[in-house]
Design a protein around this ligand. Sequence first.
Ligand code: ZN
Length: 230
Amino acid sequence: MSISKKSFLDLSQHFASDGFKAGFTLRSFPCSSPNDRIRFAEELSLKPSKLVVPKQIHSNTVYTCHREGRVEGVDALISGNRDMVLSIQVADCIPLFLLDNNANICALIHAGWRGTVKKIVTNTIQEMVSIGSKIKDIKALMGPSIQQCCFEIGPEVAEKFPKAFLRNGELDRSYLDLQGVVQTELIDLGIKEKQIIFLSECTSCHPEMFHSYRRNGKKAGRMIAICGWV
Ligand SMILES: [Zn+2]
């Protein structure tokens, strides 16, 4: 998709689902926690009072939301009703949006390499199915994240991934295609390839658009991903 001059990406049209909204902030979005999420929810006409805000720890823990507010130690959120507004923060990791339009179930996953190795994507989809989703109805969208061009890793990380998703770098370094890993996992779970949308902008390559942990280190800002029904 084309790069917008606005301060966030409205991803809702990718889902073409009545009343479902999804968005992703850009670097220019005025960020100061916790007001940034409230403001972003308002921008998308989502109810700020229904925000769920996880404390993320690169785990494979999935939380099915029954009430708004903070949740400790989870990296995937599921909403099984149209009432909750899901949010996560990322700065290179993949923000993975999932929607089952028929069952009115959505999920938002913070998928970095650690959570992906621990199968957070599979855990989330299994949980969606256990509360009424059908695999054939699930649509997935991977938001802006660090791409293989910049995702340099050492051998201790590379050994956790199939060779097909690695490109050789200098000495013992490799470059990881994490989006490819996640896409393959989704397809192996039974999600059709045409139901998987993939935004190919690299967060590390575009300093004018995105914060990047890889590029800016610990002081890097964060982007917010959010979804829910109006
Ligand atoms: Zn890049």
